[in-house]
Design a protein around this ligand. Sequence first.
Ligand SMILES: [Cu+2]
Length: 464
Amino acid sequence: MKIRIVVAALAAIGMLAASCVADDPDPVGDAMAAVGEQASGASELQPGATINFVGDEFSFTPMEVNAAPGAYKATFTNIGTVRHDITFEDGTKIVADPGEAVDFDLDIPDEGMPFICSIPGHADSGMVGAIITAQTPVELVSAQEPAVAGFDVVEPDPAAPPYDLRDPRAPQRGEGPGITLVAGGAPDGGDLIDVELEMTERLMTVAEGYEQAVWTFGNTVPGPVIRTKVGDTVRVHLINAPENELSHSMDFHASQVAWNDEMRSIAPGEELIYEFVTEYAGVWMYHCGTDPVIHHIANGMFGMVITEPAEGLPPMDDEFFIIQHEWYTGPQGETSSMAKMDVAAPAPDFVMFNGVAFQYLDNPIEVETGKEIRLFVLNVGPSIDSSFHIVGTIFDSVTKEGVHLTRGNEGNWGSQAVDLAPAQGAIIELKAAEDGLYPFVTHAFNFPGRGALGLLQAGDGVPK
Ligand SMILES: [Cu+2]
């Protein structure tokens, strides 16, 4: 039932018409009609028949096929907007891009067999099914129901590679990997920030002893910080690496563009140009918006755009960026757990700054005593609020989501913690009053012990 509603809704807004094969005027209708015929035929399919499977975000139709053991023809049609596969227990794996229908041979064993979409997150989101025969054991049939029990504990692996420390210094405008500032190079005569951004899938140590299969912008988690000024044109050449397994996309919160144009998903090997003019100042999130969005964000596909006012921010010696996010640990060497992150009350295994739990506790960020420093802080979630606080300091200048607390204001008001819901950002200024250590945390205090704890070190870190 669910699939029909989703298909009808997508067809109504024209998405499927735009993304499906051009030479079939009604690919969705045709695929669904084939499935419908199958369902209305004999209750148990016989060898030699053709079995039609349809996949989309995120289900198979049918979820259950009753068939006698034997050899069949089969077709897998992807009517969704991202790549899917149908993978059977015997190892048969058929991949179909959006709008594609793939014919294949299928041997059904005596006891039947389950099938899933093997793309990370897709089975957890509902892409599971089974071929049932008369001999299928009852416990295997019931095993198709999604598990609701607790999650497995993932043990640390002493052999996991050490993590790569992320340099927290904020880049200057036009600075960073793949980023070029072309003065006067924009179509409107303004400055152009040119960004070459490849989306990759790789292994990364996200906490000591925990190596995960992450998805990235620019091969790092978080992706590169892109710094601009109001009025700049940002031209991003987005590449989905050909060796990747998944479709990906980009959503710049700093931009105002149509969701189904620049933000569309692209398959491995595809590229697109995402161009926008930065009209508003702020600390903006960017992220992959491909379904399931929560998994693509949580598995590493996020980053920060800093847009300064047209006249620029007052210069400051020390500027850093801090991005808070959650990690829902999957098995060692695999992606984060979609099942863990997608519950109503999520319990992340780690909450961390700039991609790795505790990295700035192990490697304190050095600042100068008594000098004002500037932090660009962003919470990318995907689901949990941050209360950003630095022990032993008071924030005297805060610009959060367009609201400004000014240093030296009448009454001398200050700020102790900046509340950032997922996708909110702020510029925070403060100073370390004396030599020593200043821990920074989210003041939601169940999380510093899970990784959201770093240190600012003023002077040599030793109080005088
Ligand atoms: Cu993605």
